[in-house]
Design a protein around this ligand. Structure first.
Ligand SMILES: Nc1ncnc2c1ncn2[C@@H]1O[C@H](COP(=O)(O)OP(=O)(O)OP(=O)(O)O)[C@@H](O)[C@H]1O
Length: 289
C-alpha cells in the first residue's frame, strides 16, 4: 500500500493563542514495501509526521493519501478503521498500553475489536508470540509479570496481530539495553522482509538508520531537508554534522581516515568490515602506513 503526502502542513491548537506550526511543505512518497527511516533533531516534526500516516492527525492543509483513501483537513476519511488496521503504529514505550489479564487476551484484543473471530485471533497470537521471540507458555501469564523487554515484545505482537501492510515505528527500542535493541530491530527487519511490510522508522540512532533502511528522510524545523539512500546521505557527513545530527561510528572513522589520507576512499562504507577492506586495499597500494 503506497502512502503519499502532498504539501502537508500541521499546526497544533489551530486558531488558539497556543497555535504551533509543527510540519510544513511536506511532500513525501512512500512506496509499498520500502523501509524508510526518518531522522532529525528533537522537535523537528518526526512524530507529527508519523501520526499523519494512519490519520491519527489530519493535515491542517495539504493532502495525505493512504492507499486509496485521501485525508485532508476537511475530508475525514469514511472508514478510519481500515486505515488503523492497515497501518500499525508502535509508539515509544508501547507496553504502557497493555491492560488485559493475560498476554493472550492482550494480543487478541485488537483483532477481535476489528471483527476477527476469537479462534482466528488466538491463532495469530500463537504464531506472533514466536515471531517476537517469546515462548508460547507466556501467553497465559499476566503482561504485568513480564520483564520490560518481554512486555515490549507483547505490545509489538498486539500491533502485528492486526495484520498491517505498513508498520510505523516511533523509536521502538527506547529504553532497552543494547542487546534488546538489536534483537528488536533485527526482528522488525525480518518481518519487513518476510511479510513484505512497508516499514517507517523514526530513530535517533544513525547506526540503525544506516543498517536497516532503504532510504532516509532528514527532518529539520518541520521540513524535509533531504532524502536518499544511506550511502548517499552518509557520504556527506559534514552536512549532517552541520545540522547537528550524528553519523554512524563507521562513517566518522572513515571521515577521519580520509582526512589523514588527504583524499576520499573509493566508496562510503556502512559497516566496519567494508571499511577494513577499503583500508587494506589502500595499504596494499603501498602509499599508506
Ligand atoms: N501536542 C502538542 N501541542 C503543541 N505543540 C506540539 C505538540 N506536540 C508536538 N508539538 C510541537 O511540534 C513540534 C514538532 O514536534 P514533534 O514531537 O513532532 O517532533 P519530534 O521530531 O518527533 O521530536 P522528538 O524527537 O523529541 O520526539 C515541536 O516544536 C513540538 O514542541
Amino acid at each position: 500500500m503506497d502512502i503519499s503526502l502532498k504539501q502537508v502542513e500541521y499546526r497544533y491548537s489551530l486558531g488558539t493563542p497556543f497555535e504551533k506550526l509543527a510540519i510544513k511543505d511536506i511532500d513525501l512518497e512512500i512506496p509499498s514495501q520500502m523501509y524508510l527511516a526518518v531522522i532529525g533533531h528533537t522537535g523537528s516534526g518526526k512524530s507529527t509526521l508519523l501520526q499523519h500516516l494512519n490519520a491519527l492527525l489530519r493535515p491542517t492543509s495539504g493532502e495525505v493519501k493512504i492507499g486509496d483513501t485521501t485525508v485532508t483537513s476537511n475530508k475525514k476519511p469514511k472508514g478510519l478503521k481500515p486505515i488503523r488496521q492497515k497501518v500499525g503504529i508502535v509508539f515509544q514505550f508501547p507496553e504502557h498500553q497493555l491492560f488485559e489479564e493475560t498476554v493472550l487476551k492482550d494480543i487478541c484484543y485488537g483483532p477481535m475489536n476489528f471483527g476477527v473471530s476469537q479462534e482466528e485471533a488466538e491463532k495469530r497470537a500463537l504464531k506472533l508470540i514466536k515471531q517476537v521471540g517469546l515462548p508460547e507458555s507466556i501467553l497465559e501469564k499476566s503482561p504485568f509479570d513480564l520483564s520490560g523487554g518481554q512486555m515490549r515484545r507483547v505490545a509489538i505482537a498486539g500491533v502485528l496481530a492486526l495484520n498491517p501492510d505498513v508498520i510505523v515505528l516511533d523509536e521502538p527500542t527506547a529504553g532497552l539495553d543494547p542487546r534488546g535493541r538489536k534483537e528488536i530491530m533485527d526482528m522488525f527487519y525480518q518481518l519487513h522482509k518476510e511479510k513484505e511490510l512497508t516499514t517507517i522508522l523514526v530513530t535517533h540512532s544513525m547506526e540503525d538508520a544506516a543498517s536497516y533502511a532503504d532510504e532516509l528522510v532528514i527532518m529539520q524545523k518541520g521540513r524535509i531537508k533531504g532524502r536518499g539512500k544511506p550511502v548517499e546521505i552518509f557520504s556527506k557527513p559534514e552536512e549532517l554534522l552541520e545540522l547537528g545530527l550524528d553519523v554512524p561510528d563507521v562513517v566518522r572513522f572513515q571521515y577521519k581516515y580520509e582526512k589523514q589520507l588527504g583524499r576520499p576512499l573509493s566508496k562510503t562504507c556502512l559497516s566496519i568490515d567494508e571499511l577494513a577492506t577499503e583500508i587494506m586495499k589502500e595499504r596494499e597500494r603501498g602509499d599508506v602506513k
